[in-house]
Design a protein around this ligand. Structure first.
Ligand code: CTP
Length: 395
């Protein structure tokens, strides 16, 4: 979507993490980008240009003065064609060169010649990273508008633990998408999105929950980020990885979600309640583990507040309706009852759609009655269709 047909320069420098650039390149190609690789001489000691050429299907630039190059003046042509430049991994050496404005190889020359945004993902030994020279070079680059992703803490090639590990492929991709989508149709909008199934404690080891995986809400959060929105994701527990560039608030119960939504949504532009909020909670969550007994156990449940119904404020309201029968009818009733602008009606009986699945088949129903039935799509595609409606409601 956001990356399709975009031209990305992926600059690879001589860090042990260079092998991970192959996975990054492949991932970007799968997302539809044209990936032009530029490698420094040291990077070639860690990974072969042939690997990268095979993954991207494009020539890999390795030197300034190659007679076989398809470009007239290669670094200038590459620099001009790029929508974004990503240096991943970036060594202390390339960071120092860029901070000094040096242009003594094809990568530094291309960076100096480009007007595109530049992302750097450092990867190096902790002492090299924490060295004041590297730190001041990085501060200079950030103050000049370079976007820094990572490094993160963890085990380094030297065996030490520390700051210096290459950021995840997901975070680097997230940073690229966010930067390229910065001026999208949700720019300067603040969206609050809820995700996942709340957990209502019975005792310290048990809870009541549901089958929601959180995938739909997380897909919405990433899609909104890639259209320029500021996103607050209020998430019940899930196995999903924290999305890059999104403000994540973790909650467990419906009551916690209610309190956070109440704090944040009234100052936002839109609330999208993709979470599967438990309608009931155990009346008394006991402090000690309930012991097994020979008699049946009865749990008393009390009602949770309906978040969508109760949160006050002037923002676009989007709800989901998870239904196993009378889909449109039940969804329309919820839209009315909860005073929504849009409801996403979800038939949970369709195989391969809804709870836990990668795909979703939904009907979008606007206040006033317009209905859009969508085919089975990936959750990311569904997210973008929902956001098309939100963007139009916000206009
Ligand atoms: N919702 C909410 N607070 C609740 C329960 C649900 O804000 N306590 C929101 C959900 O996030 C969803 C919408 O209301 O956007 C509809 O949720 P759903 O579970 O489909 O319906 P309910 O209103 O709970 O009604 P029912 O369970 O009877 O279908």
């Amino acid at each position: 979507m956001i990356l399709s047909n975009r031209t990305i320069i992926l600059g690879i420098t001589g860090s042990i993490a260079a092998y991970k650039a192959a996975e990054l390149a492949s991932h970007l190609v799968q997302l539809g980008a044209n990936v032009n690789i530029i490698m420094t001489e040291s990077a070639e000691h860690f990974i072969s240009p042939l690997t990268l050429r095979s993954l991207t299907g494009r020539p890999v630039a390795t030197g300034m003065f190659e007679l076989n190059s398809e470009f007239v003046i290669e670094h200038i042509s590459l620099a001009e064609a790029a929508d974004i430049v990503v240096i991943a991994p970036a060594t202390a050496n390339i960071i120092a060169k860029l901070a000094a404005g040096l242009a003594d190889d094809i990568l530094s020359s291309t960076v100096l010649a480009t007007r595109s945004p530049i992302i750097i993902a450092p990867a190096m030994n902790v002492n090299m990273y924490e060295n004041q020279i590297t730190q001041s070079n990085l501060s200079k680059l950030v103050s000049l508008g370079f976007i820094l992703v990572g490094p993160v803490k963890g085990r380094l090639a030297s065996g030490e633990m520390g700051l210096g590990r290459f950021a995840s492929i997901g975070d680097i991709t997230g940073a690229i998408c966010r930067r390229l989508g910065e001026n999208g149709d949700l720019a300067r909008r603040h969206l609050v999105i809820t995700a996942g199934g709340t957990q209502e404690p019975i005792d310290p080891v048990r809870y009541i929950s549901n089958r929601s995986s959180g995938k739909m809400g997380y897909a919405l959060a990433e899609a909104a980020r890639d259209r320029g929105a500021r996103v607050t994701l209020i998430a019940a527990p899930s196995a999903l990885i924290e999305p890059y560039g999104v403000e994540l608030c973790n909650v467990n119960t419906a009551m916690e979600m209610y309190s956070v939504v109440n704090d944040i949504a009234p100052r936002s532009d839109a609330l999208i309640m993709a979470a599967a909020v438990a309608d009931y909670r155990p009346a008394n969550a006991v402090q000690a583990k309930i012991k097994k007994a020979d008699t049946p156990l009865t749990l008393d449940l009390v009602n949770n507040p309906d978040i969508l119904d109760n949160v006050k404020g002037n923002f676009v309201r989007v709800g989901f309706a998870a239904e196993s029968e009378h889909l449109a009818e039940n969804a329309r009733a919820k839209l009315q009852r909860k005073n929504l602008d849009l409801i996403v009606a979800n038939d949970i009986t369709i195989a391969g759609s809804g709870f836990g699945a990668e795909n979703n088949e939904v009907v979008l129903i606007r206040r006033g009655g317009t209905e859009r039935k969508l085919p089975l799509l990936s959750k990311r595609e569904v997210a973008d269709k929902i956001l098309d409606e939100v963007a139009s409601l916000l206009r």
